[in-house]
Design a protein around this ligand. Sequence first.
Ligand code: ADP
Length: 461
Amino acid sequence: MKKQWKSEARSLVLYSCVGAVLGFAFGHPFAGVCLVLVCYSIWNIINLKSIDDWLELNSIQAEDDEASLTDPPEANGVWGEIFDRIYHYQRKEKLARQELQSIIDRAQESTNALTDGVVSTDSHGNLEWWNDATCRLLGFRYPDDVGQAITNLFRDPRFKSFFEQKDYSEPLTISSPINSYAMLQIHATLFGQEDRLLLVRDISRLHNLESMRTDFVANVSHELRTPLTVLKGYLETVVDQDSISPGLMRRASNQMMDQTLRMESLVNDLLLLSRLETNVRDEDSVVEVHSILANLCDHAQSLADKNNQEIILLGTSNLQLAGIEKELHSAFSNLITNAVKYSGENGTIQVRWWDDQDGAHMQVEDNGKGIDSEHIPRLTERFYRVDSSRDSSTGGTGLGLAIVKHVMMRHSGSLEIHSEYGTGSVFTCHFPKERIRYKKPVDKNKAETEPDLKLVKFTRN
Ligand code: ADP
């Protein structure tokens, strides 16, 4: 550039000399120099004008990341050099801006990918920026809510006092302003000049687990208290009395045995349920569902006889299932026992096992007292009983249908419950087609998948 200035100065001196010589020829050498200087000034003004136009055009294009910068206007001498330099700096600045923008875009993209909400507010508590998760968790609308006071949008007084205090050592746990079932945990940090950064986490699952845990402990304690009270009562009687009549002793022993069995089945069901809730599972095997059902119906018949009930099994004996035999046995046993226990006297219980284009199905239907529709959605909850008095007469633990539900989940199936109060209940286990296996027919001429429906009646004695 220095060189350019020197040659520019030389040219100006040279042109001035030429002007002076030409002016001298006309008798006005000073006028010749002045003319050269005027032309030089005009040339400079023209270049200044074109630099101004060009800078204005480029300043608009520099804002637009997509548009490329316009080349500098053609110019000679020092002006050409100046144009090139400005163009070079503009390109450098545009590149730097684009790089910075892409860093900002990437940072925004990554915070948008977070499942936790991130919100920044200025020193007045007005919203500046937030990510997509915040819209979902707090319902803020971007960009409509930019500049709004956060406490105007999240109006809970607990949030207001948390936000306005400056000690954020403890997070705030609060329900979402747009969904009262969602529980949020909010961490806040001060930065800059009392600007704030909030981190919003959805802890509903954790919160539900925690309340399930406390409910569970309360339920188990409640279930154990009844048999323990009976046992304690009899033991106190035995300890207090010097001699006990054989009749009382027999009654006490029978009662204590019943209560012990009740506690035992509770503990067994709890252990089974906790195993079903883990991911640990035995290998699948091919399960002969029909013969399991036949055994269960046979066992249930002794109790059914007391109630004057009839059990009918209608099933396809060559239809098998890939699954865990022990678990399927527990699930089917719970459904059949429930039908016998809860359907009342003189009823008929039908157990069916069949397949169709949707998969395989095991169904237990009774024509007993049925269940009011309000209870049906909650039947598979642990310890849920229709009779809230938890009457021990049925001997149930309240865990049976929870076990069935988990077994079905572990077999990629589902449990469907239909019941009408006063009419009866139908419990159906649906298994996916992929689990169906067919027993090879003994008769080679018979098609492998041909159903073999068999009716077994477990009649009263
Ligand atoms: P439990 O171990 O007490 O039998 P379950 O989870 O197996 O617990 O069943 C939950 C509740 O559902 C039972 O307490 C009972 O009130 C109701 N129930 C289950 N099966 C039937 C049925 N076939 N008919 C009427 N009520 C039923």
